[in-house]
Design a protein. Structure first.
Length: 198
């Protein structure tokens, strides 16, 4: 177990060569153990997911840019993949990029397997700069002052072919972070903060 912890911490450190600022925010990837909660581990086992690699596919609805490929292989998050993910999930309003918490990809990966739907996710929001978050707080309801979007720890998504309520309920059952339901905007919010729902 100690070897697994060391191996995953090294992988997280390699991925995050550019995340010195991330560490300053206290976002240590102490839970970078593949599937980092028992619920996610069970979901993986139940889905009979490949043991060696994990792939993800999503489209940024604002830019139409996509990520499609392997992001984790044989116990390690792949730095090149997370470089691409950071670009696709950047703040499209400002162009600012920020490292994305690898656990978000794990949540999406398990959601796809639980829902038995391999379609690419639609992403409404990934990283959000402080300037964008402040602007949205002035013009939109429900935007948190300390939004985890600003820390690369949140995404707003839907999954074509899966009803939004099913996506919402499945995300809640993972008990792996925050889950918000926004049917009028056609997305579910997922994050890697404490388990909670609204």
């Amino acid at each position: 177990m100690d070897d697994l912890i060391r191996k995953n911490n090294e992988a997280a450190a390699a991925y995050s060569a550019d995340r010195r600022g991330f560490l300053k925010h206290g976002l240590l990837f102490t839970a970078a153990l593949g599937f980092w909660t028992p619920a996610l581990a069970r979901a993986d086992e139940a889905a009979s997911a490949p043991a060696k690699g994990r792939t993800m596919h999503f489209t940024n609805l604002h830019t139409q840019e996509t990520f499609s490929g392997e992001y984790w292989y044989d116990g390690q998050y792949l730095p090149d993949a997370f470089g691409e993910i950071k670009t696709v999930l950047r703040d499209y309003r400002t162009g600012d990029k920020f490292p994305i918490d690898p656990r978000l990809m794990d949540i999406l990966f398990v959601l796809q397997h639980r829902l038995r739907n391999g379609e690419p996710f639609n992403v409404f929001s990934g990283y959000r700069s402080p300037a964008t978050n402040a602007m949205l707080r002035e013009t939109t309801n429900g935007v948190a002052r300390g939004s985890l979007h600003m820390q690369g720890q949140a995404m707003d998504i839907n999954l074509p072919g899966t009803h939004l309520t099913s996506l919402h309920q499945t995300a809640i059952h993972l008990k792996s972070g925050g889950v918000g339901y926004y049917p009028s905007s056609d997305f579910v919010h997922v994050d890697t903060g404490r388990a909670r729902s609204w």
